[in-house]
Design a protein around this ligand. Structure first.
Ligand code: CO
Length: 134
């Protein structure tokens, strides 16, 4: 069912330093920082030929990545995102399989303006997993 790897999200405490690492050391094309107050993060998109990396820095007091960074002060892979054709069909399939869909299970509009859902890491090999309707 899942399609392309849409992105890998990496949480960081210092977005400028992380951006410099991807741009200058790894030689990647990076976007300007984009504040996403609704999601509690500032994002830099690293555009690779076959996928994207999203560098996430906490924004505001209740950032959903703050706890993760307390446990991972050097930063780390926060989640992976796979594309699906139909987010509602994907959600229903996850539930039927016994997997936990986070929140109320209603898709939210993600950072790319498309509907997304998150799946519980304990059901997916210890990895927070995002599904995005491409
Ligand atoms: Co994401």
């Amino acid at each position: 069912m899942i399609g392309r790897l849409n992105h890998v999200a990496i949480a960081v405490n210092d977005l400028a330093a992380a951006t410099a690492t991807y741009r200058d050391t790894l030689g990647a094309e990076v976007s300007p920082p984009q504040a996403e107050p609704d999601h509690g993060v500032t994002v830099v998109f690293v555009n690779l030929p076959n996928t994207k990396i999203e560098l996430l820095e906490p924004l505001g007091d209740n950032s959903p990545i703050a706890k993760f960074l307390e446990k991972n002060p050097n930063g780390g892979i926060h989640h992976v995102c796979y594309e699906v054709d139909d987010i509602i069909a994907a959600r229903d399939r996850m539930r039927a399989a016994g997997a936990r869909v986070l929140g109320d299970g209603e898709p939210r509009i993600g950072a790319h303006g498309k509907p997304v859902l998150f799946l519980h890491p304990k059901d997916f090999c210890g990895t927070l997993t995002e599904l995005e309707q491409a």
